[in-house]
Design a protein around this ligand. Structure first.
Ligand code: ATP
Length: 241
């Protein structure tokens, strides 16, 4: 198991974002988290990464030692060290810093320089454009390149589980394809992925498993191919659920 979420609840003041979200990401699995605008997908990712307070429920991450790590009360930095790393919506790269400096910032959680060098070589292999533009200010990259940098920065900490929030948002189709190919490759290298996407078809084509967040809870889930073949997502997201 890479990540287990049980009965998670998050509120903004008195407003409930969601009240009872349970889901599981298995080792080396890509799970798509689907849902309409405002369903609470970004809120869920932020609650999992510790950048937003949780108001109930339990979060456990898998670990190399086998026993799960209880992250229910962990802070954001401890969650990164536990191997659960978020790539935020809108990328949030450091625009004034160079591509190289952004990547170095992602390696802060690593224990050794040798490990940082090894992972960086892999990241630059995944995204050669980041090597070609190593010295450029990140703000000058295209949207797609910035998304690659945001993913590369997250990979620099050697995550077991990536939380990817809307990687296709505002990005040209060709760059989206490169990014999704990389998500598959990162997964083949052993990482698990929780992939948040509004583009349902795209997400289901990449993921092994999918969950639909609707009305404050997970209303449908199953193998991605089964959900792609059924009408359940369409029915719920068109408001007929
Ligand atoms: P989108 O695809 O538009 O990003 P989402 O599924 O990620 O949607 P969230 O952004 O998590 O949804 O929003 C869930 C709910 O919480 C929405 O009703 C939203 O208006 C509300 N919300 C989000 N951020 C805040 C905030 N900072 N303060 C108050 N309410 C918020």
């Amino acid at each position: 198991m890479a990540l287990q979420v049980e009965g998670l609840a998050v509120r903004y003041g008195l407003a409930e974002a969601f009240r009872d979200v349970s889901l599981r990401v298995d080792d080396a699995q890509i799970v798509a988290l689907l849902g309409n605008n405002g369903a609470g997908k970004t809120t869920l990712v932020r609650a999992l990464s510790g950048t937003l307070a949780r108001h109930g429920g339990r979060v456990v991450a898998g670990s190399a030692r086998g026993a799960g790590l209880d992250l229910t009360r962990a802070r954001a930095d401890a969650i990164v060290r536990a191997g659960v790393v978020q790539v935020p919506e809108g990328r949030r790269i450091f625009g004034q810093l160079s591509v190289d400096e952004n990547l170095a910032a992602g390696a802060l959680a690593l224990r050794s320089r040798a490990e940082a060098r090894r992972i960086k070589a892999w990241v630059l292999d995944l995204f050669p454009v980041l090597a070609a533009k190593a010295g450029h200010p990140a703000a000058l990259l295209s949207g797609g390149e910035q998304q690659m940098l945001a993913i590369g920065r997250a990979l620099m900490s050697g995550p077991r589980t990536l939380l990817l929030d809307e990687p296709s948002l505002g990005i040209a189709p060709l760059a989206t394809r490169t990014i999704m190919d990389t998500v598959r490759e990162v997964n083949r290298a052993g990482a698990s992925v929780l992939l948040v996407e509004q583009n349902t078809r795209l997400a289901l084509s990449v993921a092994h498993h999918a969950c639909l967040l609707h009305g404050g809870t997970i209303r449908a889930e199953g193998p991605a191919a089964d959900l792609a073949a059924s009408d359940v997502i369409l029915e719920l997201t068109l408001g007929r659920g």
